[in-house]
Design a protein around this ligand. Structure first.
Ligand SMILES: NC(=O)c1ccc[n+]([C@@H]2O[C@H](COP(=O)([O-])OP(=O)(O)OC[C@H]3O[C@@H](n4cnc5c(N)ncnc54)[C@H](OP(=O)(O)O)[C@@H]3O)[C@@H](O)[C@H]2O)c1
Length: 248
C-alpha cells in the first residue's frame, strides 16, 4: 500500500514498542519516516530495516534540543508517542524524582514536540498529529496516580489543540490503548522482568502492531474526516482495574 507516499512522518519514541511498530506501519504505507528517541543504536537498526528512514537522537525533555531538531522542518504527520511510567506504589509514598520523569517526558516533552511541529502544519494548512494517550487518561487505577495524571493531561492537551487550531486544516487524534505488551512495564519496574511479565500473565494484551494499525487507519481517512479519539482495549481487559486472566 502507498497511501502515505511522499508524506514525511515523525515518530517520537521510535526505538521500542508502539513507536517502532508505528514507524514500520507508516513506512509500509510509503511514508518517509523520521525516527526520534534517545537510544540511537536502536534507531539505526530500525532505519536499516526500513531502508530509508532518518534517525534523530533526541531527549524530548530537552526543549532546546527538540527545537533545534524539529522547528525548521515541516512534517505531514507527527506521532507524539515517547512516554513512560515509573513505579506502581501509592501516591502518598511516591518519589518526586519519578514524578518529574513522567511529567517531564509525558507532558512537557509532548508539549515541546507539539510547539515545534504544529506551527509549520498550520502554516501549510494540513497535517496529522497523533498523540499517544492511554486508557489511564480516562480511568485511574491503584498505584497509577501520577502516570494517570500525565495521561489525563494528554487528553486535555488533545482537546485544547482541537479548539485552538480549529479551521486550520490540521487533524488531531488521540489514540488511547489499554494494556500493550512492550518494554513499558520493564521500564516502569526498572528492569525487573519478572514483575513486568506478571502484568500480562494469563491474558492476551494488545500487540504494538495493533496500535500501529489503528494509527494508520486514522491518518489514511479522507482529509475531511478527523477520527479524533480511538480507545483500544484488549478483549481480556474490561477496565483499567479489571483484567480477566486464565479464561477457560
Ligand atoms: N504499553 C502500554 O500498555 C501502553 C498503554 C497505553 C499507552 N501507552 C503509551 O504508549 C507510548 C509508548 O509506550 P510503549 O508501551 O511503546 O513503551 P516502550 O516500549 O517502553 O517505548 C517507549 C518509547 O519512548 C521513548 N522515550 C522514553 N523517554 C523518552 C525521552 N525522554 N525522549 C525521547 N524518547 C523517549 C523510548 O525511547 P528511548 O528510551 O530510546 O529514548 C521508547 O522508544 C507511551 O506514551 C505510553 O505511555 C502504553
Amino acid at each position: 500500500m502507498t497511501r502515505l507516499k511522499e508524506k514525511l512522518a515523525l515518530v517520537t519514541g521510535a526505538s521500542a514498542g508502539i513507536g517502532a511498530a508505528t514507524a514500520r506501519a507508516l513506512a509500509r504505507e510509503g511514508a518517509q519516516v523520521v525516527l526520534a528517541a534517545r537510544r540511537q543504536e536502536r534507531l539505526q537498526a530500525l532505519a536499516q530495516e526500513l531502508g530509508s528512514a532518518e534517525v534523530v537522537a533526541l531527549d524530548v525533555r530537552d526543549e532546546a534540543a527538540v527545537a533545534s531538531a524539529l522547528a525548521q522542518r515541516r512534517f505531514d504527520l507527527v506521532v507524539v508517542n515517547a512516554g513512560l511510567g515509573r513505579g506502581l506504589g501509592p501516591l502518598h509514598a511516591g518519589h518526586p524524582g519519578e514524578w518529574d520523569e513522567m511529567i517531564d517526558t509525558n507532558v512537557k516533552g509532548l508539549l515541546f514536540v507539539l510547539r515545534n511541529t504544529v506551527p509549520a502544519m498550520i502554516e501549510h494548512g494540513a497535517g496529522d498529529v497523533v498523540l499517544l494517550g492511554s486508557v489511564a487518561g480516562r480511568q485511574v487505577y491503584p498505584g497509577g496516580n501520577v502516570y494517570c495524571a500525565t495521561k489525563h493531561a494528554v487528553r486535555a492537551i488533545y482537546e485544547a489543540l482541537r479548539l485552538d487550531a480549529a479551521g486550520k486544516g490540521v487533524r488531531f487524534t488521540t489514540v488511547d490503548p489499554g494494556m500493550v505488551e512492550t518494554e513499558f512495564s520493564t521500564v516502569r519496574f526498572r528492569g525487573d522482568e519478572q514483575k513486568a511479565s506478571e502484568v500480562y500473565a494469563g491474558m492476551t494484551p494488545l500487540a504494538p502492531a495493533d496500535v500501529a494499525d489503528a494509527i494508520t487507519w486514522a491518518v489514511t481517512r479522507p482529509a475531511h474526516v478527523n477520527v479524533g479519539e480511538i480507545v483500544l482495549w484488549p478483549t481480556d481487559q474490561a477496565s483499567t482495574r479489571d483484567v480477566k486472566r486464565d479464561r477457560e
